[in-house]
Ligand binder design. Structure first.
Ligand code: PMP
Length: 401
């Protein structure tokens, strides 16, 4: 059979990260590549209890089809925990925030629509947007996120006005960076002035180490923003539960897109999450995740300082989340380095994959949460050895050139 694929199917690409993750499944590899939360943080016992209670209290209800909007008590809990006034009616429970990105793309992007993203940005968002055939435009970004003065140049106008600006204000994936209060205020004001809506993705916001980040951009302009949240990083990603908080103008369309996609997110899982969360569990649980991830970040920072001595490798100090962003010495390419690192049993994600345009070949993303402290020490030493080996290999070529 000769299958004629839809044009949008041609735009679907395997995630570079998933391809790399296949390599990292090899036994013995220390992986800084995946975006996997530490399994030590999964509240298995609490879910075992909640599962039994949900089935005992209303098993048939939990196993029946359910409302597309989501389980009422869970929508109320989501609305109540957000730091601005949210009506539970605005909350749409999604099958992970990844589905939120897919729904936003379906509802807001036409073929050729301008969509603005940070430089670099979350690869999974690009994957969700691309089948809608947008024109994705990277807005200049620095250590604090979007450079506000670049926005007017990229916003477009008339029919080419950007449909939305997608951003991650907290402990960004891939860079780990966070937008300051001043930057948020300036960006929020400028986006409103230009009439550019914001899609704010915040799966990592609760995972701060020393102080909570500034309020979400959505809190400043709820009508001009659609907000995406997730239970993956504070409870467990296997639940596949997240949420959208949408303004009235958008909510019904997102709901219709969701109905077409999967009718509703698993009602059983939603009830379990509501059961686990009902007595303020997250207030006790999330601090334990923060403490663990902070100790792992510190271990990685110490290992980098120790092992990269004398090498012109730069890295940042994320104030939360799961990722650290590094930059190799001039002339090096992270894609070329990867197989040599893998030979030494350590893996990372080359940063170029995360750019909408003109990726920086020297960058790489390191996750500090999946490996243990011992593995972090061994893995960073192996990475430094691979970099030294590559540099030694390159130097004669450079001299000859
Ligand atoms: N947004 C960002 C920035 C992410 O890093 C991830 C997970 N890697 C997601 C969304 C999707 O998360 P989930 O679907 O598990 O909520």
């Amino acid at each position: 059979m000769n299958w004629n694929l839809a044009r949008r199917a041609e735009k679907m690409n395997p995630s570079v990260i998933r391809e790399i993750l296949k390599v990292t499944e090899r036994p013995g590899i220390i992986s800084f590549a995946g975006g996997l939360p530490s399994p030590k943080t999964f509240p298995v016992a609490e879910f075992a209890e909640a599962c039994a209670r949900v089935l005992k209290d209303d098993g048939p209800g939990a196993l029946q089809y359910a409302a597309s909007e989501g389980y009422g008590p869970l929508r109320e809990m989501v609305a109540a925990q957000l730091p601005w006034s949210v009506d539970p009616q605005q909350v749409l429970i999604t099958t992970g925030s990844q589905q939120g990105l897919d729904l936003v793309a379906k509802v807001l992007i036409d073929e050729g629509s301008r969509v603005l993203v940070e430089t670099p940005t979350y690869l999974g968002a690009l994957q969700a947007f691309m089948p809608m055939e947008p024109k994705v435009v990277g807005v200049d970004s620095d250590d604090e996120g979007i450079v506000v003065d670049d926005l007017p140049r990229k916003a477009g106008s008339g029919a080419d006005k950007a449909r939305f600006l997608y951003l991650l204000p907290n402990f960004q994936n891939p860079t780990g960076r966070t937008m300051t209060e001043a930057r948020r205020a300036a960006l929020s004001a400028r986006a409103a002035e230009l009439g550019v809506p914001i899609a704010e993705d915040n799966p990592y916001g609760d995972l701060w180490f020393d102080a909570p980040p500034a309020a979400p951009l959505t809190a400043r302009n709820p009508d001009g923003c659609v907000y995406l949240g997730s239970f993956s990083k504070v409870l467990a990603p296997g639940l596949r539960l997240g949420f959208i908080v949408a303004p009235k103008a958008l909510h019904p369309k997102l709901l219709q897109a969701k109905q077409a996609a999967d009718l509703h997110s698993p009602g059983f899982n939603q009830r379990m999450v509501a059961e686990v969360m009902k007595d303020g569990f997250l207030d006790r649980h999330v601090p334990t995740i923060r403490a663990l991830y902070k100790s792992q970040r510190d271990a990685m920072l110490a290992a980098l300082s120790r092992e990269m001595k004398g090498l012109d490798v730069q890295w940042n100090t994320p104030a939360g989340g799961m990722f650290l962003w590094a930059r190799l010495p001039e002339g090096m390419d992270a894609v070329q380095l990867l197989p040599h690192a893998v030979e030494r049993n350590v893996a990372f994600v080359p940063g170029a994959a995360f750019y909408a345009q003109d990726g920086d070949a020297r960058t790489l993303r390191l996750s500090f949460v999946t490996a243990s402290v011992d593995e972090i020490n061994t893995g960073v030493a192996a990475l430094a050895a691979a970099i030294r080996e590559q540099l030694a290999r390159q130097t004669p070529q450079r001299l000859a050139a």
